[in-house]
Design a protein. Structure first.
Length: 344
């Protein structure tokens, strides 16, 4: 999870508070180790609050049961314990989620890789981390890397199953599961006839239609600063999701060295390319989620070149030696951007 990626209370949700409407509903809670909030501004007649709560709860329960690396009884954890290199039957959601992940892995040439779980744990992050553990040695990383690689994982839809080519391979879906949950909640809202909503989970967002202020949803992208919250940019969402990956919230400090939670599968080490954060907008929150990680790994030059080739809407913030930030954006990102000062 990447907490604090977008700044909802000051922008998107403030519009609701300023312009209350009888049909506006807000549902909030805790799930997947973080918080969530769903806002529906024009609830159709015949759709009850209980219907909304059920739509949200069903998805969050599914994601926890099938995709969570933190739930010891989840289908993902059970698959990770398998040592067979044959096809292993799994629920459709798990197979589908792995295939979504593998698609981004292929498109990013391995910069996004859900099999990186052993390396993430070795560096002190994720469900398998040992708190206060030592920095892994080169020998440790070489040993663990033998079981890492998206090409060692296969998925199929009919019947749904996964297959490892290395018995020790482990899958970590934390880099895409929040976006998958958001997309599935949005789909359930749409099935209820809802066309004006915002779904936020752990700082990642997807929105459609209009807020209570009567305009498309606006969210502020947070500046990657430690110990403070400040908006850096404002984007307008209507039928798209937004996700940010950064080095400013989830990191370790070992002997004065900052160790990012984002691991480069190609080097088996935390990224150190100068990027402070990457923000991606995409019609799929899951794709935005995965691409934010991939581009964070690729870095400002290689990542921006790929984003431009694929027409991805991205914003990179690179940290300079003096602590200042340098912004670069793709042409697609500017289509969603709105003046920050006017909105605040």
């Amino acid at each position: 999870m990447r907490p604090g990626a977008v700044w909802l209370p000051l922008v998107a949700l403030a519009a609701i508070a300023c312009t209350p409407q009888p049909s506006t509903e807000r549902i909030a809670g805790h799930s997947m180790g973080t918080t969530y909030e769903v806002v529906v501004t024009h609830r159709p007649a015949g759709v009850t609050r209980a219907d909304l709560e059920s739509a949200v709860d069903v998805v969050l329960d599914e994601v926890d049961r099938h995709l969570s690396g933190w739930n010891p009884a989840s289908d993902l954890v059970r698959f990770n314990k398998e040592t067979s290199t044959d096809w292993v039957p799994v629920p459709g959601l798990l197979a589908e989620s792995v295939e979504q992940s593998l698609a981004v892995s292929r498109d990013s040439e391995g910069a996004f890789d859900v099999t990186v779980a052993p390396l993430v744990s070795a560096w002190g992050f994720g469900a398998g981390a040992v708190e206060g553990g030592a920095v892994p040695t080169l020998a440790d990383l070489d040993r663990l890397s033998d079981a890492v690689g998206y090409r060692k994982l296969a998925s199929r839809a009919h019947p749904p199953a996964l297959r490892k080519s290395s018995p020790a391979l482990q899958v970590d879906l934390d880099g895409i599961a929040p976006g998958i949950a958001i997309d599935r909640i949005a789909a359930r809202l749409e099935a209820l006839g809802i066309r004006d909503y915002l779904v936020e989970l752990g700082g990642e967002v997807r929105a459609r239609g209009r807020s209570a202020a009567g305009r498309p949803w606006r969210v502020a992208v947070e500046a990657p600063l430690e110990g403070q919250r400040r908006a850096h940019a404002l984007v307008e969402l209507d039928g798209v999701g937004v996700s940010t990956s950064g080095d400013y919230r989830d990191f370790r400090d070992v002997a004065g060295r900052r160790i990012s939670h984002t691991i480069d599968p190609r080097t088996a080490a935390p990224v150190s390319n100068g990027l402070a954060s990457v923000t991606v907008l995409h019609r799929s929150a899951a794709a935005a989620d995965a691409w934010a990680t991939a581009l964070m790994v690729l870095g400002p030059e290689e990542g921006m070149a790929l984003a431009r080739r694929r027409d991805l809407a991205v914003m990179f913030l690179a940290r300079q030696p003096d602590g200042s930030l340098v912004e670069s954006t793709s042409p697609a990102f500017e289509r969603f951007r709105r003046p920050l000062a006017r909105a605040l």
